[in-house]
Design a protein around this ligand. Structure first.
Ligand SMILES: NC(=O)C1=CN([C@@H]2O[C@H](COP(=O)(O)OP(=O)(O)OC[C@H]3O[C@@H](n4cnc5c(N)ncnc54)[C@H](O)[C@@H]3O)[C@@H](O)[C@H]2O)C=CC1
Ligand SMILES: O=C(CO)COP(=O)(O)O
Length: 344
């Protein structure tokens, strides 16, 4: 009797995607009875100093653009063709900026294994149909797969150095959650599981909006009390928003790594915070700062602020979320940063 082992594909290869590739490459070797050794990583092809990024990764085992100076295990294979990357794969790890999920799913639809399972590490929401949707639900619907989520206080550069951190895996199917936990957990990257996909995923998406407010505080040289107040108000808006749109979001989810811990980490050390601080200092647009300061990495908080605003406006609820609304106005309506605190 042949034993079928899981074949893994990582869809995405940015800063976090590359760190996850390092973890997965090592873990599949730890559990050879469960996982196939060779792991594909879909890479959105681009030229780096005149050479294809996939060729550089496959020759040097390093993603020189998005995770320089970190070696990826030799069983990670960078593949520029999305369909080839998922061929025969039974475990799909989605780790792209959320603005690219739509095109990715259009290509994958009807082209994955019928028994595949997915997990989304993407921090964002979907509003294309006019209402609020979770990225994990969009993946499940489009590809007809069970989709778990993994969110947490997980600044990629720190986990690349194997500094201790935690993460939260939200699931509907317990067996699939256990399989993904086996694939993703390490002694320095501890995963807890909770049956609350909406709570976990909305924490991951919404904390990026709060991080922009925190960065504005830093750029305004506001004190620690002020920043703490902004984070607290942000947490309350995250909870209210999640509860408004999804029944069954659990209180304890906000005390997991995906909740309060990610909020603290991102408000201290994330890219959304950094760009918002630079905006408050310089007055340059978020789009310009993202382009000039992040070397191809993408912000999720600006787009999420717009998407959240769209949804709240539709429901006539903007006034009930002063922090989310103020962030939207600073990013997209040229409202001065100093106004943010006056509106809370
Ligand atoms: N970086 C971090 O510390 C963490 C990131 N995340 C989340 O993981 C997700 C992915 O973020 P990162 O890996 O950090 O990416 P990143 O922001 O570092 O890199 C951007 C990625 O987008 C790709 N890309 C550019 N244009 C594209 C297109 N048209 N189609 C497909 N891909 C395209 C680039 O090749 C690159 O891989 C995001 O939702 C983010 O919020 C979650 C936890 C930690
Ligand atoms: O999600 C993150 C850490 O958990 C990273 O946040 P940024 O995208 O703001 O860097």
């Amino acid at each position: 009797m042949s034993i079928v082992r899981e074949k893994v594909t990582i869809i995405g290869s940015g800063n976090w995607g590359s760190v996850i590739a390092k973890i997965i490459g090592n873990n599949v070797r730890k559990y050879p009875a469960v996982f196939q050794e060779s792991v594909n990583m879909y890479v959105f092809e681009e030229l780096v100093q005149g050479k294809k990024l996939t060729e550089i990764i496959n020759e040097t085992q390093e993603n020189v653009k998005y995770l320089p100076n970190v070696k990826l295990p030799s069983n990670i294979y960078a593949e520029p063709d999305l369909l080839k990357s998922v061929k025969d794969s039974s475990l799909l790890i989605f780790v792209l900026p959320h603005q690219f999920i739509d095109g990715t799913l259009k290509t994958l639809k009807g082209n994955i294994k019928s028994d595949a399972k997915a997990i989304s590490l993407i921090k964002g929401v979907d509003v294309r149909k006019g209402g609020l949707d979770l990225i994990s639900h969009v993946i499940s619907r489009e590809l007809e797969v069970d989709t778990s989520v993994l969110m947490g206080a997980n600044i990629a550069s720190e986990i690349a150095k194997e500094e201790f951190s935690e993460s939260t895996l939200g699931y509907k199917n317990k067996d699939n959650a256990e399989l993904f936990k086996l694939l993703l957990e390490t002694p320095y990257f501890k995963i807890s599981t909770i049956n609350d996909i909406a709570g976990v995923e909305l924490c991951g998406a919404l904390k990026n909006v709060v991080a922009i407010a925190a960065g504005i505080c830093d750029g305004l040289n506001a004190g620690q009390n002020t920043k703490a107040a902004v984070i607290r108000i942000g947490l309350m808006e995250m909870k209210k928003f999640a509860r408004l749109f999804y029944d069954g979001v659990r209180d304890e989810t906000f005390f997991e790594s995906c909740g309060i811990a990610d909020l603290i980490a991102t408000c201290q050390g994330g890219r959304n915070r950094k760009i918002a601080e630079a905006h408050a200092f310089t007055g340059k647009s978020f789009a310009e700062l993202e382009e000039t300061m992040l070397n191809g990495q993408k912000l999720q908080g600006t787009l999420t602020a717009m998407e959240v605003h769209q949804i709240l406006e539709k429901k006539d609820l903007v006034d009930q979320f002063p922090l989310f609304n103020s962030v939207y106005e600073v990013v997209f309506k040229d409202v001065k940063c100093s106004q943010l605190l006056h509106k809370l």
